[in-house]
Design a protein around this ligand. Structure first.
Ligand SMILES: Cc1ncc(COP(=O)(O)O)c(C=O)c1O
Length: 371
């Protein structure tokens, strides 16, 4: 390597190093080791995973998938079969689905396809951080408009950010980490007015009151992201998809490399859609517990929990969030620390766990905050 090439590589690597990406979080094993606990006793409520999907049922379906799939072959037809199953699940017309390795990957792909260096991407704050990383990787400008009190959209302020350079608008609804779903009219007005592509992230769509999916027939600039990671309990398989009008879906389907989604994930996704009742039961059970968890959190002196249309609850505490977080870790409870969100100083987020997990969290918070 000559000197100028070395210099180029050094600069390039420094720029790559400076790019923000998803920060690793504590794992069950980390916490067990650090606090001298057994991994079996750790309750992990920091990733909004779905503990309501019966693990035994997933194993049963996966065994069927293992029998059906020939792992020696490229998945030539499985992607189309999954697209067809999603089309039926959401009652779409043909050609509206693009699948990917997680909805994050589809988001990244959509960002790379539609956002160029110097363009602008607009969203609100607080919201899911992965969109920001995708935008920054593209060398584009990231503009985020604070939500108003009660986590409502500040549509007027957002509209002011809709300059000619604005090519992508990201609306996470139900929103992570706040948990609320924005009013359909407010969301639709933004889709209508935005001068570029609008991504509505419905990762938590199955837990919500409504979906914007039917709007894809009306708006040619709308991409709705959905995932198998949450309601379907397949976070480990990394399977997600976008729904859009056929022209846009076709564009989002464009990937340079062939067969990037593995045959097991594709087939397992289809299996779960064939057994959609399992997911629906799990969602109903979680929603019942979600209400109980939020009510119980609100009864704790020193905690204020917010309503949720997702599979987690956001709450603000009277004690510093970092102290609450560490105290929970010591007791084997992993939750997500968020800190100051808008006017709320000490925010934390917990997945709605199984009843015994929620009880453990509530007891721990009662002891720590209520003392
Ligand atoms: C809003 C939102 N979108 C997407 C994801 C990730 O979904 P996937 O596993 O499909 O990448 C998450 C996960 O926490 C999320 O909160």
């Amino acid at each position: 390597m000559n000197a100028s090439c070395k210099k180029w590589l050094e600069d390039k690597l420094a720029k790559i190093e400076a790019l923000e990406s998803y920060a690793p979080e504590k794992t069950t094993e980390n916490v067990a080791k650090q606090y001298g606990l057994s991994p079996a006793d750790i309750v992990k409520l920091n990733f909004n995973e779905n503990l309501y999907m019966p693990r035994a049922k997933l194993v049963e379906l996966l065994k069927e998938v293992a029998e059906e799939c020939d792992l020696r072959l490229y998945p030539q037809e499985e992607e189309e079969k999954l697209r067809k199953a999603i089309t039926e699940y959401l009652r779409l017309q043909q050609g509206c689905v693009a699948v990917g390795n997680s909805s994050d990957e589809v988001m990244d792909r959509t960002t790379r396809l539609f956002l160029e260096r110097g363009d602008r991407a607009v969203t609100f704050a607080p919201t899911f951080s992965v969109f920001r990383y995708c935008v920054k990787y593209q060398g584009a400008e990231y503009v985020s408009v604070p939500l108003r009190e009660g986590f409502t959209l500040d549509a007027e302020a957002m509209r002011k950010a809709f300059t000619p350079e604005a090519k992508l608008l990201y609306l996470c609804s139900p929103n992570n980490p706040t948990g609320n779903q924005f009013g359909l009219d407010a969301v639709e007005a933004l889709i209508e007015e935005f001068p570029g592509i609008v991504i509505v992230d419905e990762a938590y769509g199955e837990y919500a009151d409504y979906s914007v999916v039917p709007l894809i027939d009306k708006y040619e600039n709308l991409v709705v992201l959905r995932t198998f990671s949450k309601a379907f309990g397949l976070a480990g398989l990394r399977l997600g998809y976008a729904v859009a009008n056929p022209t846009l879906a076709n564009a989002v389907n464009k990937i340079p490399a062939p067969y990037v989604i593995n045959i097991v994930s594709l087939t397992m996704g289809r299996k779960l859609l064939e057994n959609v009742g399992v997911m629906r039961q799990a969602v109903a059970a979680l929603k019942a517990e979600r209400g109980k968890l939020i009510n119980a959190l609100n009864e704790i002196r020193g905690a204020e929990a917010f309503d949720s249309r997702a599979n987690f609850a956001l709450f603000n505490t009277s004690k510093p969030y970092e102290d609450v977080y560490v105290n929970m870790l010591k007791r084997g409870l992993i939750i997500k620390k968020l800190g100051k969100l808008l006017m709320y100083e000490n925010c934390l987020r917990a997945t709605v766990g199984l009843p015994e997990m929620n009880a453990k969290l509530l007891n721990a918070l009662r002891e720590y905050l209520g003392d």
